[in-house]
Design a protein around this ligand. Structure first.
Ligand code: G3H
Ligand code: 13P
Ligand code: ZN
Length: 324
């Protein structure tokens, strides 16, 4: 990476602190959408500007190596100006998703990220505490906010995958938050990463009882839900009708997520649903118009479909519209 050492405030970005405080007291959640390319970023910013929603732009380790970390950072910087150009300068957080080392978090902080996740959830408890604390101590010098994680979600997180959930133990949260100084906490209460979360016929439930107990122990503390895609069945159908081969699977219902967003859950991570929306739109164009070869003719419709998906989530699931 080039030496582009810069603080997030110079880029017009914000950290997550005030956004989370408002979201917790207002009973809504901030969208945390992942991006890896221009069209995904355009769709996110267009959707948020149109609904006046704050947004967390998430960049994973995989996104950094796919798109080039320097380019991604400049794209995020451009997003601030683009939102203003669209007429609604929404608050934008640039966040590292699933950071797996101190060095990666430090690198991101130095290149303008306003928020990082250090995911020590796969480590033994005391190691998770030590690593998270180290990142917090570094990040807070620059006013960068930090998300930690307790409990392991089923599904795939970058290269790490877990077959079963290890639910967050409410007894651990007070100690973890106090010892590490984290600004928000990702918890495992039944959501799951990826597009193949649950088999059709299953009735996946978010463990609201665990969430309630966590909230009782750390009242008002910002809680994060990963793995919150709902795997819209119409998108899976469109993909498979146009040459795709996705296995049948279902996700977390949007009604349950809406309920969670009304609690201390103030950040909801959605990536897979966007991947499905993009893929469905691209497959449809290429199948119906095999003569097409201009990328704008299939990436454009994919971007429109993504924008509509993000608007739908903001208004009907997260409730973050008009909160910019
Ligand atoms: O939870 C992980 C996100 O969906 C990012 O996925 O690591 O394949 O970029 P990725
Ligand atoms: P989904 O795979 O359910 O979209 O979750 C994304 C996520 O948690 C990113 O960190
Ligand atoms: Zn995640």
């Amino acid at each position: 990476m080039q030496n582009i050492s810069v603080g997030f405030k110079e880029l017009g970005l914000v950290n997550s602190r005030d956004l989370f405080a408002k979201a917790v007291s207002g009973g809504y959640a901030i969208p945390a959408y992942n991006f890896n390319n221009l069209e995904q970023l355009q769709a996110i910013i267009m959707a948020c500007a149109e609904t006046a929603s704050p947004v967390i732009l998430q960049v994973s380790k995989g996104a950094r190596s796919y798109a080039n970390e320097t380019l991604l950072r400049f794209l995020a910087q451009g997003a601030v100006a683009y939102a203003a150009e669209l007429g609604t300068p929404v608050p934008i957080v640039l966040h590292l998703d699933h950071g797996d080392s101190f060095e990666l978090c430090k690198d991101c902080i130095e290149s303008g990220f306003s928020s990082v996740m250090i995911d020590g959830s796969h480590l033994p408890y005391e190691e998770n505490v030590a690593l998270t604390k180290k990142v917090v101590e570094y990040a807070h010098q620059f006013d960068v906010t930090v998300e930690g994680e307790l409990g392991v979600l089923a599904g795939i997180e970058d290269e790490i995958s877990a077959a079963h959930h290890t639910y967050t133990q409410p007894e651990e949260v007070e100690d973890f938050v106090a010892k590490t100084g984290v600004d928000s906490l990702a918890i495992s209460i039944g959501t799951s990463h990826g597009a193949f979360k649950f088999k059709p016929g299953e009735d996946p439930k978010i463990r609201l009882d665990i969430l309630t107990e966590i909230e009782r122990r750390i009242p008002g503390f910002p809680i994060v839900l990963h793995g919150s895609s709902s795997v819209p069945q119409d998108l899976v159908k469109t993909i498979n009708e146009h040459g795709g081969k996705l296995k049948d699977a279902i996700g977390i219902s949007e009604d349950q997520l809406r309920l969670a967003a009304k609690s201390a859950v103030c950040k909801i991570n959605i990536d897979s649903d966007g991947r499905l929306a993009m893929t469905a739109a691209i497959r449809k164009v290429l199948d119906e118009k095999p003569e097409e070869f201009d990328p704008r003719k299939y990436l454009g419709p994919a971007r429109d479909a993504l924008k509509q998906l993000y608007i739908h989530k903001i208004i009907n699931v997260l409730g973050s519209n008009n909160k910019a």
